[in-house]
Design a protein around this ligand. Structure first.
Ligand SMILES: C[S@@+](CC[C@H](N)C(=O)[O-])C[C@H]1O[C@@H](n2cnc3c(N)ncnc32)[C@H](O)[C@@H]1O
Length: 379
């Protein structure tokens, strides 16, 4: 069926042509009727630029580019794209049973992610029009994987609207995942997050093993994925720091699941406080949330780094390492490097990290390149 046609803003067209996917609100897109689903976007010269899907619910993104041309029904199109994304993951040799089988824009399914946690599948909607196609999405998952349970999760940008995923198929009785030779618990249906940030897992495998020696501190540890990894790779002592007692309890349960030689210690305190004494470490891992509240003040991760970068530096032993992450697309990789390297005179940059493997990025879509990591050594 032919789709209605709407002219898009020249700036949108330019962004689309350089690899972007989104239409936001402007004087052109405002004219698209709210009941629209699929439409053809036109350039100012009347030339078609692609088939878009309208999304009247999203707070910022009005429509997303699906494809340059639809050769079949939209359901068939979705199925083919999903199968392509699944096949890519099946060919990857990932030493873990939790990974994304579809990663939104990077798999040309903008706003749709599907996460596999052991045999549990979570369909994550970042664009809410995908709900309309839930049947074909669920069916394609069943046809391509063994599924213990399937969940849907509307991922809201607004903190106050965050709700847990909803079970739509099966039973949740497999609550363990494995990566790199150790196990971790996951929780589904109770919280917004699931007990592990899978987008970080590919980076772990790319880090040099020799940095995980002696005393390691894991700041903003959450349930301890990096603490477990450090222990597995040979750290003698692992100190995990987080302000949440609940997450540290989950971390301790994760430690109990495994048979590690390392000594573990959990400290329920702000990373800010931890950084003030003079105890030193061979490696400090630091992964703050993009924004968080500390002592009733809202803190952005980049501001945490600006304020505490020298404290981080002081707590590293000579020849020791800092592994710093920043989890927001609002600060570009070059800016993060500048922010850190300008102040860390006695350190050399060993490597830089970004999303990889099951979580690819796509050129021109800067919002998708949100995770950056820097490995530095004190010289
Ligand atoms: C993005 S998660 C870290 C993810 C973790 N690095 C991983 O890969 O699993 C952020 C964590 O920071 C913790 N947090 C928030 N504010 C904190 C603070 N001021 N000091 C220490 N931890 C904090 C939260 O409780 C949460 O567990």
């Amino acid at each position: 069926m032919a789709q209605p046609k709407y002219t898009l803003h020249p700036a949108t067209i330019k962004a689309i042509q350089s690899g972007h996917f989104w239409v936001t609100e402007d004087q052109f897109s405002k004219k698209i009727p709210k009941h629209t689903t699929l439409f053809q976007g036109l350039g100012p010269n009347g030339k078609p630029v692609g088939i878009f899907h309208y999304d009247k619910e999203h707070p910022r993104v009005l429509a997303r580019l699906l494809t340059d041309k639809l050769h079949s029904s939209v359901e068939d199109f979705i199925k083919q794209k999903l199968i392509k994304a699944f096949e890519k993951r099946k060919q990857m040799k990932l030493e873990r049973n939790h990974y994304y089988v579809c990663f939104a824009e990077a798999d040309e399914l903008p706003g749709l992610q599907i996460l596999k946690l052991a045999d549990n599948f979570i369909i994550q909607y970042f664009a809410f029009f995908w709900e309309k196609y839930q049947e074909v999405i669920q069916q394609t998952i069943h046809e391509n994987f063994e599924t213990g349970s399937v969940w849907v999760h509307k991922r809201s940008l607004s903190y106050s609207k965050q709700t847990p995923p909803q079970l739509i198929y099966g039973k949740f009785d497999n609550d363990l995942i494995e990566e790199y030779g150790y196990k971790m618990n996951i929780t589904l249906g109770e919280y917004y997050d699931y007990g592990v940030y899978t987008d970080m897992a590919a980076i772990r495998a790319k880090l040099p093993s020799h940095i995980f020696q002696g005393w390691v501190a894991n700041l903003f540890s959450y349930t301890g994925a990096y603490s477990l990894y450090a222990a597995k790779k040979g750290a003698s002592n692992v100190v995990s720091v987080d302000t949440s007692k609940a997450f540290l309890t989950m971390l301790e349960k994760n430690i109990e699941l495994n048979d590690f030689k390392a000594n573990f210690e959990s400290r329920c305190q702000g990373a800010e406080k931890f950084l003030l004494d003079d105890e030193t470490f061979n490696l400090i891992i630091c992964d703050p949330p993009s924004a968080y509240t500390y002592k009733k003040k809202r803190v952005r991760a980049q501001d945490f780094y600006k304020k505490y970068i020298l404290n981080l530096a002081d707590k590293v032993e000579k020849k020791g390492y800092l592994l710093l992450f920043l989890n927001t697309h609002q600060v570009k990789p070059a800016k993060f490097n500048q922010l850190v390297l300008e102040k860390l005179k006695g350190f050399k940059l060993i490597n830089q990290y970004s999303l990889a493997d099951d979580c690819p990025t796509s050129k021109g879509f800067t919002e998708g390149n949100y995770l950056k990591g820097l490995l530095l050594q004190k010289v």
